[in-house]
Design a protein around this ligand. Sequence first.
Ligand code: SF4
Length: 218
Amino acid sequence: MYIKEIFYSFQGEGPWVGYPQIFVRFYGCNIHCSYCDEPDFVHQRKPYTVEQVMAELTPLLAKRPHSISITGGEPLIQVEALKQLVPLLPIPAYLETNGTLPKHLSEVVDLFEYFSVDYKPGFDKEFAEFMAILSGRKNVFVKWVLTKGFPVLELKKMINTIATVAPDVPFVIQPVTPFGPVKDKATAEDIERAYNFAHQKLADVRVIPQAHKMLGLK
Ligand code: SF4
């Protein structure tokens, strides 16, 4: 499997913000977001065996983390590796995914206890299938990265999609952290407008920025 890095830090996004975790960051992604803070650079791609991953993360368990975040990139593109690795993890596994690969999710869904699912504009069909697989599970939330001046029409379309397939799942609006080509933060007006649209149709809406970036953590 291809891994970028394994480290200990604090969850910086969503409802479990602040919990200590071991992060296993898988290399590579199937899509390209303008605001991505983990772009693919081949020189960062390290081949690992399952045994090597376990050897690197096992000493970090002494810090008593809450769970192990399987993140990326998009970890579901390496679904065969997940089938080997995740059953060996001695504490709960937390999947951070872009929500665009439902078939891959269906192969490993029972291995995870926590699900952080992005909504990515343009992948509504995949997102709907993804949320159908997660239907009825606890410990799921949907996250959407709000960029400056996000168009109202797109916003309405997105909220309608989420209201159709996951109206009761906690929905986290995450104002973008400027990185690379993204220079601007979402404005207070952008945030309020997005919240008000979402709040009309969804049961549980929150605005949570990336806390680890604010604190200078990994
Ligand atoms: S889905 Fe995530 S990892 Fe993939 S390009 Fe978008 S932000 Fe980056």
